[in-house]
Design a protein around this ligand. Structure first.
Ligand code: BMP
Length: 276
C-alpha cells in the first residue's frame, strides 16, 4: 500500500525518531495537519498569534531571528503554550554551513535552538557532513531534522539531481532525518533500480500554501491544501500570511477564523486522500 494511503496514526508506529512519532501522534489526536508559520517581528504579536492558533495546529514554525525583542522568556512562554495546546515546535533555521559550524549554531549563540525546538531544517548543499554536524547535537536530545529537498519559490534551484541527492542523504541518516521540506512526496526518489525503499516513511512538510492568493510579489508561490495534500501527497501544510495577513494590524478574530478554515481544509483533504 502506498504510504500516502496510511493514516497518520499508522505511520506514527513506523517511526523510531521521537519527534517524528510525536508529530504524527499529535496530528491524529488533534485532527490537524496545519503548521502555522508565525513570521511576525515582536514577542507580543508572536505570542498572541500562537495563543489564538494553538487549538488548531500540530506544529508552530518559527523564525526566531526576526523577533526584535527576543529573549528566553519568549521561549518559556512558547513552551508553556505548546503544552497547553498540545503542539510541537519547528525552528525554520535552514542551516547551510560546515558540520562544525552548524553544530555550534544549533546548540549555542543567543537562540540555543536545539534546547527547545523539536524539529529544525537544513539545506543539503554542503553534503552529508551537515547532517552529522547537526546530529551530534540533535540525536541525544531526540530531535528531528528536515532537509530542504525543494522550495516553493519561482525559479528554485532545488530540483532534479539536487533533490534526488537530498533524498539519498536522508535515506543514509534515517535516525535523525525525518523528512523534507518539499512540494510533493519523495517515495523512491533517487533510488537505484535494485534498491528497496519500502521501509522509508519520510514526512513531507509543505510551505507555499494559500487559499486566497497564488503568490506574492517576491517569488512565493501558493497552492491550495487540496493540491498539496491530495494531488501531491504531502503531510503537513505550512501557512503563514494566509492566516495572519501582513502582521502589522493583527485582527485576532480573523486569525482564529483563518486557522480554523485552513485546519478544516487540510484535514478534509487528508481524509479524501486516505479514503479515496
Ligand atoms: P507564507 O505562507 O507567509 O508565504 O510563509 C511561508 C513560510 O514558509 C515562510 O516562513 C518561509 O520562510 C517558509 N518557506 C517557504 O515559504 N518556502 C520554502 O520553500 C521553504 C520555507 O521554509
Amino acid at each position: 500500500m502506498s504510504l500516502a494511503k496510511l493514516s497518520y496514526a499508522e505511520r506514527a508506529k513506523r517511526h523510531s525518531n521521537a519527534s517524528a512519532r510525536a508529530l504524527l501522534e499529535v496530528m491524529e489526536r488533534k485532527k490537524t495537519n496545519l503548521c502555522v508559520s508565525v513570521d511576525v517581528t515582536t514577542k507580543s504579536e508572536f505570542l498572541s498569534v500562537v495563543d489564538v492558533v494553538g487549538p488548531y495546529i500540530c506544529l508552530v514554525k518559527t523564525h526566531v531571528d526576526i523577533i526584535e525583542d527576543f529573549d528566553h522568556d519568549l521561549i518559556e512562554k512558547l513552551r508553556e503554550l505548546s503544552v497547553k495546546y498540545d503542539f510541537l515546535i519547528f525552528e525554520d533555521r535552514k542551516f547551510a554551513d560546515i558540520g562544525n559550524t552548524v553544530a555550534l549554531q544549533y546548540s549555542s549563540g543567543v537562540h540555543k535552538i536545539a534546547s527547545w525546538s523539536h524539529i529544525t531544517n537544513a539545506h543539503p548543499v554542503p553534503g552529508p557532513s551537515i547532517i552529522s554536524g547537526l546530529a551530534s547535537v540533535g540525536v541525544p536530545l531526540g530531535r528531528g531534522l528536515l532537509l530542504l529537498a525543494e522550495m516553493s519559490t519561482k525559479g528554485s534551484l532545488a530540483t532534479g539531481s539536487y533533490t534526488e541527492e537530498a533524498v539519498r542523504m536522508a535515506r543514509a541518516n534515517k535516525n535523525f532525518v525525518i523528512g523534507f521540506i518539499a512540494q510533493r512526496r519523495m517515495d523512491g526518489v533517487g533510488a537505484s533500480p535494485d534498491e528497496s525503499t519500502e521501509e522509508d516513511d519520510f514526512l513531507i512538510l509543505t510551505p507555499g500554501v494559500g487559499l486566497d492568493s497564488r503568490g506574492d510579489s517576491m517569488g512565493q508561490q501558493y497552492r491550495t491544501p487540496k493540491e498539496v495534500i491530495v494531488d501531491s501527497g504531502c503531510d503537513v501544510i505550512i501557512v503563514g500570511r494566509g492566516i495572519y495577513g501582513k502582521g502589522n494590524n493583527l485582527d485576532i478574530q480573523t486569525v482564529q477564523a483563518q486557522a480554523e478554515r485552513y485546519r478544516t481544509e487540510g484535514w478534509n483533504a487528508y481524509q479524501e486522500r486516505i479514503k479515496g
